[in-house]
Ligand binder design. Structure first.
Ligand SMILES: O=P(O)(O)OP(=O)(O)OP(=O)(O)OC[C@H]1O[C@@H](n2cnc3c(O)ncnc32)[C@H](O)[C@@H]1O
Ligand SMILES: [Mg+2]
Length: 211
């Protein structure tokens, strides 16, 4: 049996509540719960299990997603699904990219208004004609306690808007307008975001490979 078939068998055996969402970001956990809901998997988050937040030492989305998923699977003895994601701005050569969360760090915790302002400031140094094109990346990694791990990469294209708009969602949602829309991610209903988001794109691939 291939590793992937073993993975499929393992996930079919999951009982509700037997999957760890290996994230400490409440916004992500909410979205991943929504995406899992049709599959009858009532997952538990790493924060709810009091699992420690691993240091994200990878330099790629894949490396960080894998290390978060593998640590949670190892510590919990349960399959674990991690998400590493970020905003990549064309005119900034893909920054903040893997370091998207770091741009929000302050001595008093993360400040998303500051992070969005930093992106806008960086873009303004490129001049008024700089491209405002950007995309979100999401890598979902699914790990089993035996160390087996597979990952799926999703993407959503769009452009940056300023000033920030909307109150739904989290992180950089208020400055990202997905292609084909006039409203920012933070002005879309959760169901609308799930139809087009980078996270939903990665999740669709995971579902077709694993469920
Ligand atoms: O590592 P975990 O615990 O999952 O949570 P995190 O917030 O640290 O997550 P990342 O390390 O993957 O950092 C990615 C950042 O990119 C941002 N981001 C990712 N997906 C997003 C989305 O759908 N909408 C807005 N911002 C998003 C968000 O601010 C995240 O903090
Ligand atoms: Mg993180």
């Amino acid at each position: 049996m291939s590793v992937r078939d073993e993975g499929r068998q393992a996930i079919r055996k999951l009982k509700p509540g037997r999957l760890v969402i290996a994230s400490h970001n409440a916004g992500k956990v909410r979205e991943i719960r929504d995406l899992l809901a049709p599959y009858g998997i009532d997952a538990v988050s790493a924060a709810e299990l009091d699992l420690p937040e691993p240091e994200e030492t990878g330099t790629t989305f894949v490396a960080n997603a894998e290390l978060k998923a593998m640590q949670a699977a190892d510590l919990s003895g349960l399959p674990a699904l991690a998400d590493d994601s970020g905003l990549c701005v064309d005119a900034l050569n893909g920054d903040p990219g893997v370091y998207t969360a770091n741009w929000a760090e302050t001595p008093n915790g993360r400040d998303w208004n500051l992070a969005m302002q930093k992106v806008e400031d960086a873009l303004s140094t490129k001049g008024p004609d700089a491209s405002r094109d950007a995309h979100f990346v999401c890598v979902l990694a699914l790990a089993w306690p035996d160390g087996h791990v597979e990952w799926f990469e999703g993407r959503a294209e769009g452009r940056l808007t300023w000033p920030p708009r909307g109150t739904v969602g989290f992180g950089y949602d208020p400055v990202f307008v997905p292609h084909g829309h006039e409203r920012s991610y933070a002005e879309l209903d959760p169901a609308e975001k799930h139809a087009i988001s980078h996270r939903a794109d990665a999740f669709r691939q995971l579902v077709s490979a694993v469920f």
